[in-house]
Each structure stands twice: as structure tokens, then as C-alpha cells.
Design a protein around this ligand. Sequence first.
Ligand code: SF4
Length: 746
Amino acid sequence: MEEKLHKQVSELQEQLRRGDITRREFLRYATLLGVSLGAAEALAACAPAPTPTLVPPTPTPAPPTPTPVPVPKFYGWSGKVLDVDLTAGKAEAKALDQVCPDYKDYVGGRGLGVKILYDAVGPDTDPLGPENILIFATGPLTGTSVPSSGRFCIVSKSPLGRPKAGKDTRGVVFDSHSGGDWSDVLKHAGFDAIIIRGKAESPVYLWVEDGKAEIKDATPLWGKGCYETTAALKEEIGKAGIKVACIGPAGENLVRVACVINDADELGYGRACGRDGGGAVMGSKNLKAIAARGTLEVPMAKPGEMAAAIREAFDRQTPDPICGAGLPMYGTAILVNVINGAGAYPTCNFQWGMFKEAAKTSGEALVGEVAEVPKTLTKTEGCCRTCTMKCARVTSIPEPRPGYVTMGAGEGPEYETTWALGAQCGVDDVFAIEEAHYLCNELGLDAISAGSTIACAFELCQRAALDLSEVGYAKGENPFSDGEAVIKLVSKMALREGVGDELAEGSKRLAEKCGRPELSMSVKSLEFPAYDARGVLAHGLAYATSNRGACHLRAYLIAAEVLGHYCGVSPPDIDEPTVEFRLSKDGHKTDLVLIFQNLTAAIDALNECLFTVFALGADNYAKMLSAATGIDYTAEGILKVGERIWNLERLFNIREGLTKDDDRLPPRLEEEPMPNEVYSAKEKKALTPPVEVYPHGVVEKQPSAGSVVPIPEMLPVYYEKRGWDSEGVPTDAKLGELGLAWAKPA
Ligand code: SF4
């Protein structure tokens, strides 16, 4: 055991010996420190017994009248929501069914958050004004032993994503998810959710512990990075088992692509609610952090059924090649070679779909399996509670890079961030990608949007629409493939320094300001993640119709189109996905998009990790949810919850001004056929096949060459199957079926 951990565990043993904490609390705090449950049990047993206090013998009292044990009103849910008004300086615990009487229809997490948000804000609400609200929500499985359930989400009106039409205050609804321990601790602190309203006069943080909350001064923390903030708060509060979610300078500076980072620890881990600018919403409220500690029970309705459902889930996950092998061994970056090989790996702001040097930045490279790339992986254990897939990694840069390496170690990079700060910017230098990612975590930036905005700025500069002289490139020069420039722009963006002030607005606003809006690779102003839809057409439809903007996590069609996981929808008559299947747009693809969107919304309402979908189906989620809550949810019922959430989000966006014109991809993906070329960072130009691309050998033709995404053809089919009219508005019949008639657009 490391020396520091040893000291912390010894202190806990001492507290146990003195009787200051219970055995259960000991187990809980020890596991929060990273000790396995088995080891914690052994350590508890080793703690010296409390010194007996000598008391004079007393006569045997009459047996007490048994006190009836109160029956919990809620199972699975803790039944409490913390409502915080920062303007008034008040925090009040409210009953869940008072805040959301129909909570069973929305379950928790994304569903609960969206319902609360819909009722609280409207099209006149400035996303960065005090009237916007920010919700932190867990789900009924959070805090239980359900595999990969240690997650939470934030929900708000986005300062980044927006429809084209509407008032100046327009913004789409968004939810953004994260793992780690923070969610578990919040649930055990007695709350299903926290609602943040108003704006504090000066920087504050929220301290939540076992049913109580306090708003405290955070002035000394303002300006500090996420790791420094977390460490300072743990020291200030001085108790074991504290977990922190906070913002960095990017959130304070209202950078529209700022994120919320939680569980930033001395081991290097740090998880992010990345997408859509939640960090800026938090910053606009002068809220630096939420620190939490919890020891309360989460009552379970049917523990026996829950144990059986958990066993079944593990039995399905363990033999799955992705859940049981790929993710634990290589992390999400195992996808780099897979997606590059499919010709769907966006390169240099989506100018190309294949990157010759991609393997140098892959999951295999991180573990030292790629020649000439030193191993940088240092840790894989830990990460989200109750997860055996353990996709997160900590890396460190083994060689000093004076001049641009300032941190040198930290969490990641994941697949998405490897791409955003790498191929998307034409960069193949894994050290530069890692350093840029560490900085994103410390400064509190969404690495996907940050990398994509930098890539957009690079292309604007290349096409003489933006001057990047501050990082060495005048208008008309080509900055792609310069890793040092990426790192410098990450810092400038977070601190709003120089040209970074313009990048801080996100790629859409930046490209509009430069007169080239089509060069922002985004939907509804949210930057794309790491899949070029010209190589995966159903994924393209999912991007176009996504409620929070371009996002792979609203419906991960890559599972079906590339990895051959169809999530309960009858698979096509093929052994594994072919190029023809990926590039087809038939009705079956639309069915896949619908069911993936509904199922994902339901999984997000449970706050389960989406990666479980590779092995589990709606039936598994229904069993676990029913056992936790005591309410009978069926697989169909779960999908209906997801569909309800999806439609309510749609109605929110329509109220903000959204029309069918917002369900479109940038012209590059709809009109420019994928080039039959492979970009090379080493040569700083695209090469025409045949080209050697490790580990795929000689590529004779870019697999997606010539493809575009025919959204105008796919959209009407999608609307019809959704039960929406030709303008993309849910019909009365659909709203009635989902119990949403009350939210019918005016
Ligand atoms: S798979 Fe990764 S993100 Fe999902 S719960 Fe496990 S560690 Fe967390």
C-alpha cells in the first residue's frame, strides 16, 4: 500500500477503534480511498477493538417495547432533492415527489433533469443569466452495486448549443454525464439531485453532507485549476471520503465549451461532464465547486432480485469482447484503429476520413505495442465505482519536453480526446495530445469541443479567414499537424487570452465571425465527436436529429454499423457489418436510430454507463430498476421512458425556436463526397491510395470514398417513424401516447 494511503487507512482504523465511526462507515471510506471491499473488510477486522469502558453492573432492565421500523417511502431513490438558491444564499431539502410529482415516468438522471428544466426555464432565459438553472442528478441505481452505475449527469440550457432561429437567449436542452465516485457520494449524502438557481455575489462552493448543505466562501479558490481546487477543498474540510465536482478557469471565464470536472485526484484521475458548456453555466453562478460526503443508506426494494439481476448482468458483460477485454485492456482508444480502418476517422476538420499515422496515438500505442512510440500508460485501476470494464487510464509523458509540457501526467487521453486534439488537428504526436488533454482537465475545458474548435481555427487560418500569428501562423498559412500550437491554443481559450477569446465562443460562433460558418463541423452549434458520418450513415442521421447537437452519445450507432451490436433490433442478415451496410440508408437504419435514441435516453435516466449497452439489453435495465425501486418496469416500459424524454427534449428545443432546418449536417458531410485520400501528418498533405496505413496494410481505396450523408432523404422517414409531422413536430397522438399533451407547442 502506498505510504499516503496507508496513513489514511490507519487513521480510519483508529477512528473505528475509538468508536468515532461505525464499521459500515469504515468500509465505505476505505473503498472510497480505492481499497477493495475484501481488503477493507480485512482491515476493519484488524482494527484494534474499542477499549471497553468499565461501568458498574446495573439490574437487568425490562425488555423495551419494540419500536416499529419506519417503512421507507422511496426505494432506489433517496426521495430528496436539494434546492439551492445562490442569490438568496439558501439551500433547502425538498421531497422528490414535491419537486417532480411524476418522477416515476422520468426515473432520474437525464429524465428527471429535463423535466425539472422544462418547467423552470423558457426561451427568454439567458443560458448564462441567473435565471437559468443547473441540475446535478443521480439515478435510482446510483449508490448500489449495479455494474457501472457510479455516474451522474448535469442538465441545463446550453450556452453553446442553440437552434438557428429564435430569440437571442436561445439554447438547446443538454445533459452531460460523468463517472467516478462523486455520484455515489451525493446519493449516500441523501439526495437524488441538486438544483442550482440564481447567482452568488462572490465565488462560493457548496458543501453537502448526510442530508445537510452549506454555501461557503470560495474566493481563495477562484482562478485555480480543477486538481488544485479539489485538493484545497479536501484539506479545508478535512474529512475522509470527500469528493468534489468543480470548474476551472475556463468555467469562471464563461468559455462556452467549459466543462465540470469531478474526482480530480492525486493519482491523476479526473472525470468530466464535458459537452455543451455546463462549466460556463456553473461559472455564471459564481459556483466554483460542490464537495460532498455521504454515509446514508440507499434502501433497496428487493435485494434478492437485485442480486440475481446483477449476477445476470455480470454474466453477460464478462464474456463480451468489448466489455470484458477491449475496454479493460486498451480503454476507449482501442477504437482509433477500428474507426480509421473503416475510413470514418475525421482528420483536419473533417477534410479527410483516414489518418496515416493514427496508430501512433491509439490505445495500443498507449500500452507500448506500437513501434517507436514509448509506453505512456501508468494506471488503469480505479475510475467509476462498481465498474469492471475500467476504461479510464492515467498516462504520463516519459520524456521532458521543455517549452510546452507543463503538467506531464494526468487522466486520458480517451478515444474522443485522442482524436479531437490529434487527428482532428492533424497531430500524430502522442505527447502533445496528452499534454493538451491534461491541460483541458486542469483548466476545465471539454476536450472534444476544444480540439474541434482549434481544428476549425486551423482551417480558417489555412483559408485566410483568421490570423493565428500568436501561435506562429499568419492568414493563409497551414497550422495543421502542429501539436505545440494546439497546446498553446488550449490555454489561450481557457483564459480568453488574445485570439483564444474568439475560440472560447466555440467553432460555430468563431466561423460565423470569420464569415465562413460552413467550416464549423457542428450540429446545433455543438462540435462533432470522432466519427465522420460519411462512413456511417445511420450515425449521421443520429447526429442530425440529436437534441443536444452533434453527439455520439445520444445514439451510438457505431455499435451497430461498425461493431455489430444491434441492441435488440433484429440484426441484418450479415455476420458482421460490411462497408455496404455502413453506407446504406434504408428503413432498417432509421429503426436502429430510433431505438438507440430511446434506449440511450432511458439508460441516461438510470445514470448507467452507456458502454454496458454492448452486453445488456432493455430487459436487464428493467430488472435492475424494478428490484431497486419496487416498481414493475418492463423492457417496453423502459423504452417508453426513453421515448418520453426524447420527445420532451424536442419540445423544449421547439419552444426555443428549433425547426427542421436545425436537423442538418454541415455542407461538407451532406454535399462533399468523402475524398479517396489519406492524410499524412509527416508529409503534411493528403496522399492518394494505394497508401500503407498501419496496422491495415496497403489501403487500395479509402473505404468510405465517394459517400455523402443524404439527410434530406432520411429525415422524412425518421419523422414519420417518430410520430412527428413533416416539420418535425410531435403530433397530438404521439404526445397523448407519451403523457406529454401538457407540453404541446403553442
Ligand atoms: S466503462 Fe469506463 S466510463 Fe463506463 S463506468 Fe466503466 S470506467 Fe466508467
